[in-house]
Structure formats: C-alpha cells, structure tokens
Design a protein around this ligand. Structure first.
Ligand SMILES: Nc1ncnc2c1ncn2[C@@H]1O[C@H](COP(=O)(O)OP(=O)(O)O)[C@@H](O)[C@H]1O
Ligand SMILES: [Mg+2]
Length: 322
C-alpha cells in the first residue's frame, strides 16, 4: 500500500509517518519510508544516527538515474530526456517492488532498523525551495508510478506541509492519505482545503488527530472533520523522549497510540488497492503535463507515451523479466 502523511506544518506528519513505519516493520511487514518534505526530519525520527543523518546521495539529485533505470527498454521512451516525472510505465519499462534490490535502491536507499529509507533532499531558501521542491520530488512520483506493491507492504511518504502537496498530481499516487490534525482551527483549515481537492480526485483521506490532551480536543476534531476522524494520538511522553534523542522500542509507545497506528494500517488494507484508478489518474496527469509544458520542451507529443491498456498490477511482475 502506498500511504501519504499530510497536514499542517508541525501537526506531526513526520512523527506519525515514522511511528507508522516502525510499527509496521516491527510486525514483520516490508516497509519503505520516503521523506518528501522540504524540511527533512524523517531520518532522525526513524532513529538514524545524527552523524549519518546528512543523507547522501538523495533521490532529488538522482532524478536522471531514476529515469534511466525505469525507462528500461520501453520503445516509447527512447531517452531519459523525453521522460517527464509523469511519464507512465509501459511495455519494456522497469517496474519496482518494495523488497527487491536494484541499482537505484542500492544508491539512494539505506536500511534503518529494517525500514528502507530514502530522502528527496531538503531546501533552505524558502522561495527557491518550493519551485525546486517540485522538480526534486519528481523522482518519488516516478517511483510511485512504477511501484507494484502488495497489500501487506507499505510505502510510507512524509509529504510537504499544507496545500503545497497539490501542486502536482502526486497526491493521487496513494492508496490512502492520512491527514494528521491538531485540534486547532489552522490544522482543521488545512484538512478542509485538502478535502476539497481530494474530493475531485476520489482520494481517500483519513484524519488522525494528534497532540490530543482531553475529550474537548476530540470533540473539536469531531465537530470539524466528522466521519473522516479515524482516531487520535495523545500528547505522548514516548514521542517527547524520542524528540530528545531517546527512541525507545516501538512497542513501548503508549497502548492507545499503538492502537491508532494499527487502526490506520487496517484501514488502508481494508480499503485495498485500485490499480485501474491508479493507472487512469497517472495517464490523466501525464496528459496534462505533456499539454501544458512537456510537449513544447520535447518538440513531440509526449502523450503518445501512454499505453492506455497497460494497467498496473501484480500480474505485470509475473511477466517482467529483468
Ligand atoms: N503526539 C505527540 N506528543 C508530543 N509531541 C508531539 C506529538 N506529535 C508530534 N509532536 C512533536 O511536535 C513537533 C512537530 O512534529 P513533526 O512530526 O515534526 O511535525 P510535521 O512533520 O507535521 O511538521 C515535534 O517536536 C514532535 O516531537
Ligand atoms: Mg515533518
């Protein structure tokens, strides 16, 4: 399952993504975790040694390699230059699985306590950062579009804060989106904004309340997000200790908070995968990118890269010979 953690900055996206990933890995699931935020904190939250936390290389710097690898022998993509971040796979493309080994994973992913981790790379300058961010995160979008994950495997993506996540089609690349929400007006404001976009694209959002102190907090969230509220994580001593560099074993997280992580995982699995929708939306966003700027740059119609009946799914892995 491909899972996104979104929400207002500071709401706890990174915290919840890391706890989710560690819990799932602790239960024996194959887990990949990708930091796709401008502010890169997921490595530290997963417990990567601060000395190693300057991740190098990062996915954002390897977009060319990612394209070169994924296009494989697809005759519709004769060069990496003709591959947009939206270019969908077709016959000859290389597909990815969560657990495999390949040159891209070898280069940019590292093992953090059994979790496969990579980062897109961060940005310091705010203005340049956002524009730059969307091109760097393209490697993640491409990987998601080529990833054939099973329902008992999890690709956890820590997303950029707020509505910035909508500036590309990436928000449609997930089987389930978890919106982390504090009991504040600003946080539920981000939910409302996200829910508005999501409704147009049939994106399933589950709200995970965070930093909950009491019943009033829960009532506030219920009042503002209603049925979308999946559960909530209390203000946590475990999380506070982790923030101070003491990351305890995941099963030492407070019982109620573990239960939220389990409910989130079960919710995603119960919703299941819809490969047909995933493929259709990939094609839609590629067509849009081709028309709006890609074709001008390439001098050809890049929408021709779409193979309409190449629907992603596990059946393709059986056919793939690498
Ligand atoms: N349930 C919680 N209890 C206590 N502190 C929390 C909790 N969730 C998050 N925090 C703290 O809030 C801050 C912001 O969390 P973070 O996950 O970095 O947010 P985001 O990724 O959304 O910007 C961090 O210092 C984190 O340790
Ligand atoms: Mg964060």
């Amino acid at each position: 399952m491909k899972l996104a953690f979104v929400g207002k900055g500071g709401s706890g996206k990174t915290t919840m993504a890391s706890l989710f990933a560690r819990r799932a890995a602790g239960l024996g699931h194959a887990v990949m975790a990708i930091d796709a935020d401008i502010n890169q904190h997921l490595a530290a939250a997963l417990g990567l040694d601060p000395d190693e936390a300057a991740i190098d290389p990062v996915l954002g710097e390897r977009l060319g390699d990612v394209k070169e690898y994924l296009r494989g022998t697809n005759p519709l993509i004769p060069s990496a230059e003709l591959m947009l971040k939206t270019t969908p796979p077709g016959p000859g493309s290389r597909l990815l699985t969560v657990g495999e080994s390949n040159p891209v994973y070898d280069e940019v992913f590292r093992d953090v306590e059994g979790i496969r981790f990579a980062a897109t790379g961060g940005f310091v300058d705010d203005d340049l950062g956002v524009a730059c961010y969307h091109s760097k995160v393209g490697a993640v979008e491409l990987m998601l579009n080529h990833m054939i994950d099973r329902e008992d495997e999890f690709v956890v993506v820590d997303m950029v804060a707020g509505a910035e996540a909508f500036a590309s089609g990436m928000f449609t690349r997930f089987d389930q989106t978890f919106l982390v929400c504090e009991p504040t007006l600003r946080s539920v404001g981000v939910y409302r904004q996200y829910a508005g976009y999501a409704a147009d694209y049939d994106v399933d959002i589950a709200v995970i309340g965070n930093k909950i102190d009491d019943a009033d907090d829960v009532d506030f969230l219920r009042e503002h997000v209603g049925e979308a509220l999946l559960g909530w994580c209390s203000r946590s001593r475990y999380i506070k200790a982790a923030e101070r560099g003491r990351i305890g074993p995941i099963d030492e997280l407070e019982e109620d908070n573990l239960a939220v992580l389990d409910a989130a995982r079960e919710r995603a699995v119960a919703a299941g995968k819809d490969w047909e929708k995933f493929t259709r939306q990939a094609h839609e966003f590629h067509r849009r990118a081709a028309e709006s700027w890609g074709n001008d740059r390439a001098g050809i119609d890049l929408a021709d890269q779409i193979v309409p009946d190449y629907i992603l799914g596990e059946h393709l892995l059986r056919a793939q010979t690498v």
